[in-house]
Design a protein around this ligand. Sequence first.
Ligand code: SF4
Ligand code: SF4
Length: 248
Amino acid sequence: MMKHHSDETQRLEVKQYFEAIKKYAQSIPEKRYPHQNRYIALLHLLSDSVSSLTRKRMEDESEPAACEQGCDACCYFAVITVSRSELDEIRHYLNVKQDEEVGVILKRQWSDWETEKSSAIQPCPFLLQEQGRCSVYPVRPMACRLLLSSRKCSREDESSGEFQSCQKFTRLGWQEMPLRPDTLLKALESQRSGWLDFEPGKLLDEEKIDLKAFTPEELWTMLNPSASTKTQDDSMALSKKVNSPTIP
Ligand code: SF4
Ligand code: SF4
């Protein structure tokens, strides 16, 4: 039964929202966005659009982004957040798209992690540490996609509490975008929870997961194909629907 809310203008129906944006989700190129859930592909495309517009804004303001390939200090942040829907996408990517060699490297890193966890600053479990490369790059979470800094960060910065990054993206004013990534993420999480409607705006803290909080055992299940079938839920069912050729 539909929940009653005092301020209906602030709420959207989940089903209608997804119907309205379905054609956009279906049109995302699979080569760059190889996601099983095409709504997550859309979420990441929108995030990338915000990022590239912000880069341009930063250049215009003579403070170009320092971010470049191989720069990985931000992958050592104290907390690296991901939504449950994006985590499912990462799990699927690791199971289906990831090459065997990367799986071996990740497992080795996680074994080391078990013994070293209490000491040094830990990286994100999906960082290929020797290469300074993200093993799940095409499906990395929105939080990683939006991060931009006008100065080169370093791990030392974080330990001394002086880490400064991601100062710029809010200045883009994504609140004014006709299709906002944060609204889409909220809808995806609402749909997972079985809600009929949702309120755009900030995600609740409990809807975020810290990638660094996983134990090695929990991470290993992500590389186990049988584990992926246990994670099938409404969100995945939705993704299959979007991919279905019967949809015009
Ligand atoms: S946020 Fe900092 S560490 Fe991350 S890519 Fe940009 S400059 Fe490098
Ligand atoms: S998911 Fe990838 S980009 Fe994001 S913190 Fe982890 S290694 Fe870095």
